[in-house]
Design a protein around this ligand. Structure first.
Ligand SMILES: Cc1cn([C@H]2C[C@H](O)[C@@H](COP(=O)(O)OP(=O)(O)OP(=O)(O)O)O2)c(=O)[nH]c1=O
Length: 200
């Protein structure tokens, strides 16, 4: 069975490797990720994971395709993926001293073309960040290319006063939900087998 990861994110490939899964191909969907007017954060994340999976499945008939989307949200507001320093700074100013949510959605299309979906919601509280801390973090560049302008897998973990939910979900691929989808599609998870654990 061919397995295709529909993602350009190196974090997703790394996280998948923790489940003992190496895709046969990595084929980023490259779809329009802009939010629709009045679209709320979770429906937005659901729609994008589904659209990424469908776009890539169309290019790989008969393969199992996994896609994911991660959205950082402050209330009803979707924070952008910070493609430059000015955007990253605005995101951190907004997140400073507040609680926010991170939605990570996963869609898996199996070899028969059936789509299954899971999602994880995390609630994080950031410490209050001084202008100097924001400046230093943004100049360091770690948050560039990341939703919400920060990377929990890096220095930004030290901004997190509390996290309820999924650390891997915040990074981009929630492993609990992903494992369940892979097992349901009949993929062999080497890590679990080596450990002699039961799947399912
Ligand atoms: C909040 C947060 C996000 N991110 C990353 C994960 C995702 O790569 C990115 C969110 O953007 P996404 O649009 O979910 O993913 P992507 O465009 O990078 O990759 P693709 O659509 O091809 O799968 O932000 C972190 O790495 N750490 C974090 O703490």
């Amino acid at each position: 069975m061919r397995f295709v990861l529909a993602s350009a994110s190196p974090r997703r490939l790394e996280l998948l490797a923790r489940l003992g899964v190496t895709p046969d191909a990595v084929d980023p969907a490259d779809i329009d990720e802009s939010a629709r007017r009045l679209e709320l954060p979770l429906p937005h994340a659901r729609r994008l994971a589904a659209e990424k999976a469908a776009a890539v499945a169309a290019r790989h008939p008969g393969a199992v395709v996994l896609a994911s989307d991660t959205v950082v949200a402050c209330g009803r507001r979707i924070l952008p993926k910070a493609e430059d320093r000015a955007t990253a700074r605005r995101c951190l100013e907004l997140l400073s001293g507040r609680r926010h949510r991170v939605y990570s959605t996963v869609t898996l299309i199996d070899a028969d073309g059936r789509a299954r979906h899971r999602e994880s919601t995390s609630i994080l509280a950031f410490k209050r960040l001084s202008p100097q801390e924001i400046h230093a973090y943004v100049e360091g560049g770690e948050g560039i290319g990341k939703a919400g302008g920060y990377a929990i897998q890096g220095f930004a973990e030290s901004f997190v006063k509390s996290l309820t939910g999924s650390h891997s979900g915040v990074m981009g691929l929630p492993l609990f939900e992903t494992r369940a989808l892979l097992v349901a599609a009949g993929l062999q998870l080497a890590g679990l087998q080596l450990a002699g654990l039961q799947l399912g």
